[in-house]
Design a protein around this ligand. Structure first.
Ligand SMILES: Cc1cc2nc3c(=O)[nH]c(=O)nc-3n(C[C@H](O)[C@H](O)[C@H](O)COP(=O)(O)O)c2cc1C
Length: 417
């Protein structure tokens, strides 16, 4: 019997047949348009992220959204109460249309580009802002929306009146069968099933859908098998896409053989030229050893998050920057970092520079690439490239990594020429 590779399978999404490789969404602009477009060009699925799009637009398209918001709320910068800080829905809509529109206009090839929408970006008005973000992405022609970081019990209702509600692809990321069952039950009124389900296990990058204490007890293959078996028993023909720790083409093939529709991967692409991380941060990802990576509770979202222990944002006690950003403010205008920061200001009255260890200002530090979130197998990235004459690890092209997933066998990883 010949050994199979990923390319022996196809991701059937409605009437479409794709290469069964999906590059996961990585905010804030870590999964850039260029990275997503590379996946689409090669016949797979790429994601852009809708996290903090006004600041992404400022950086990429020369808008002034953040400056204008800060100007409006400057009076509140010293205030510990952030309930006044509201997003202008028109700005959110414009930034989303700009980023999605420009990305889709540049799309070539047979693949697709989706957008990752995180429910935990509550933005001091969770429903209203999520509604605008999703509808604007559909307006601007996105191929699909992946609902992430939350249970999304009411999310489909927010777009059910959109003319593209049935034609755009819609999927959800879950970390348990129970979460999927809840999502299906609560969204059944919309009369529309998701087109795909991403099952994200405990080895993924970004936020984890498990507890800080118990994440290591879970296993991706087991949860994926449970979800596939349940969907089959319910006669629901929805492709299941495992994610988290799928590092080689052979890892991916194993999941496809076990019934997955495709795989979602991300960490291998963090060291590609197309990835939005700064080059020096990419070198940190390459250099990391297993002991340099931790899952901690410093994200004010309440979800555990995996990151490099060296991330400059850990322990940084900067003043909360909600007047400029404010994406984690809950529906009452609160964020766990604001509380932690104020507590430390009181406890360290003489300190020149406040240190806050238990929470971080996620908006500011993700925006500045100072929280180095990463997947569990980041410590294996050094085995995927060669060093150049100066001793730096060579960045890869997204195409190189994509093709390696697509065609490699026997656990092999193709090194660059
Ligand atoms: C740097 C980085 C940032 C991420 N950011 C997000 C995010 O903003 N939203 C999300 O749903 N998942 C995020 N993820 C998770 C990925 O989309 C993906 O599901 C997961 O990392 C796949 O596992 P792998 O990295 O082991 O391949 C992120 C992952 C990484 C590595």
């Amino acid at each position: 019997m010949t050994t199979k590779c990923v390319d022996d399978y196809r991701f059937k999404l409605g009437t479409r047949e794709l290469v069964p490789i999906m590059i996961g969404g990585m905010g804030v602009d870590i999964s850039t348009a260029d990275l997503a477009l590379a996946a689409a060009r090669l016949g797979g699925v790429g994601h852009i992220s809708d996290a903090m799009l006004p600041t992404v637009a400022d950086r990429r398209y020369d808008t002034k959204f953040v400056k204008e918001k800060l100007k409006k709320y400057k009076y509140n910068v010293e205030n510990t109460d952030k309930t006044d800080i509201k997003f202008d829905l028109g700005v959110i809509e414009e930034a989303t249309r700009l980023h999605v529109g420009k990305t889709m206009a540049a799309k070539r090839g047979d693949g697709m580009v989706f957008i990752n929408c995180m429910e935990k970006l509550t933005m001091n008005a969770p429903k209203e802002t999520l509604k605008v973000r999703m509808n604007a992405a559909l307006d601007a022609g996105i191929d699909g929306i992946t609902l992430a970081a939350g249970l999304h019990l009411g999310s489909l209702a927010l777009i059910e009146d959109h003319p593209r509600f049935r034609d755009a692809k819609l999927g959800i990321i879950v970390s348990s069968l129970r979460a999927l069952q809840l999502f299906l039950r609560k969204n059944s009124r919309s009369g529309r099933l998701p087109d795909y389900v991403v099952v994200e296990g405990p080895l993924a990058g970004g936020h984890l859908g498990f507890g800080l204490e118990d994440w290591s007890k879970y296993d991706l293959a087991t949860i994926t098998a449970e979800v596939i078996a349940w969907l089959k028993a319910e006669h629901l023909d929805i492709p299941v896409i495992p994610a988290g720790g799928i590092f080689t083409g052979s890892d991916a093939t194993r999941h496809l053989k076990a019934g997955a529709g495709a795989v979602q991967v991300a960490t291998r692409f963090t060291v590609t030229k197309e990835c939005g991380l700064p080059d020096d941060v990419k070198q940190e990802y390459f250099k990391a050893s297993e002991g340099d990576i931790e899952v901690n509770g410093i994200s004010p979202t309440g979800y555990p998050m995996r990151m490099l222990k060296k991330s400059p944002g850990i322990g940084s006690g900067i003043r909360p920057n909600c007047e400029a950003y404010g994406y984690i403010l809950d529906s009452n205008g609160k964020c766990a970092y604001i509380d932690a920061y104020n507590r430390e200001v009181t406890a360290q009255p003489d300190a020149k520079k406040i240190k806050v260890w238990d929470k971080t200002c996620l908006c500011t530090h993700m925006r500045n690439f100072d929280i180095w979130t990463c997947g569990h197998y980041t410590y294996r990235l050094k085995d995927t490239t060669r060093k150049d004459d100066g001793g730096n690890y060579r960045l890869l092209s997204a195409e190189h990594v994509f093709r390696d997933y697509q065609f490699s066998k026997e656990g092999k990883i193709l090194l660059p020429e």
